[in-house]
Design a protein around this ligand. Structure first.
Ligand SMILES: Nc1ncnc2c1ncn2[C@@H]1O[C@H](COP(=O)(O)OP(=O)(O)OP(=O)(O)O)[C@@H](O)[C@H]1O
Length: 249
């Protein structure tokens, strides 16, 4: 594979501003196929805004975000979003749709036949550790937070998108369920070879999941590297995050 073929998403000189305020500036980095890039940063550092530029919920005010070799602005927005799974914290499931209908939503919009759709939904429920017979017909309010997040992951995977965006998907869970989901997700990502961009402010989570960690501070990417490089990074914000890790050790 050439270097270009290895790249799933590329930020080229990207800035994003609202009126005169820059929420993101000078982002230049690539996300490689099959990697789990964790965007780490404190609250308000610009992580969510960066994710939204990938599935074109936002467009750069300067520069380009290239997804699968095309700038997001040249994509049909609907097609682009269907090729990118999106998991966010808590919200996201449609309350009036069953688990089965929630997971099957995108494939059914893509015109999948009922029998194929059902077997896909059941396969995905197995994959995320929920018994299909028990959960397929439930509604979101009949699930625990952890089960809802599993359904959210299954839904994001439904149409087999090559790219997954995950915005603090496990943030609201108790620590034990959280670790369980993180570990399962880690193996799932490796097995399915998805390109994942995962947002968190939790450095422990970053170390658990990341093939590379990108650190954001005030709308800038101030560090990018594999976890062992991050551990050695002298940048003050990296040091502040690493100090949180040491408290836990
Ligand atoms: N539409 C908007 N208009 C103006 N400012 C915005 C808008 N959206 C976000 N912001 C600001 O941009 C900054 C970055 O927000 P963003 O949601 O990307 O941060 P984050 O790192 O994801 O934070 P968190 O971890 O709290 O979710 C914040 O200061 C936020 O208040």
């Amino acid at each position: 594979m050439t270097d270009e073929q290895k790249i799933a998403v590329e930020f080229r000189d990207v800035s994003y501003r609202v009126q005169q305020r820059y929420l993101l500036s000078d982002l230049n980095f690539s996300i490689y196929r099959g990697e789990a890039l964790v965007l780490l940063g404190r609250s308000g550092s610009g992580k969510t805004t960066t994710l939204k530029l990938i599935n074109r919920l936002l467009s750069p005010t300067q520069g380009q975000v290239i997804v699968s070799d095309r700038p997001t602005t040249a994509w049909n927005a609907i097609q682009l979003r269907r090729s990118i799974g999106y998991v966010i914290q808590e919200i996201g499931l449609f309350p009036h749709l069953s688990v089965e209908e929630n997971i099957g939503l995108v494939p059914s919009l893509e015109g999948w036949k009922n029998s194929r759709l059902k077997s896909r939904v059941y396969e995905l429920l197995h994959l995320v550790g929920l018994e299909p017979e028990k959960f397929a017909s439930r509604y979101p309010h009949q699930l625990s937070g952890g089960q809802r997040q599993r359904v959210g992951v299954a839904r994001a995977l439904a149409a087999d998108p090559p790219i997954l965006l995950m915005d603090e998907p496990f943030g609201a869970l108790d620590p034990i369920t959280r670790l369980e989901l993180q570990q399962q997700f880690f193996y799932l990502q490796k097995q399915l070879e998805k390109t994942v961009i995962f947002v968190t402010h939790d450095i422990q989570e970053a170390f658990l999941l990341a093939s590379r960690i990108g650190l954001m501070e005030e709308g800038k990417l101030v560090s990018l590297g594999v976890p062992s490089e991050f551990r050695q990074d002298p940048h003050p914000e990296a040091q502040r995050f690493l100090a949180c890790l040491r408290v836990l050790e």
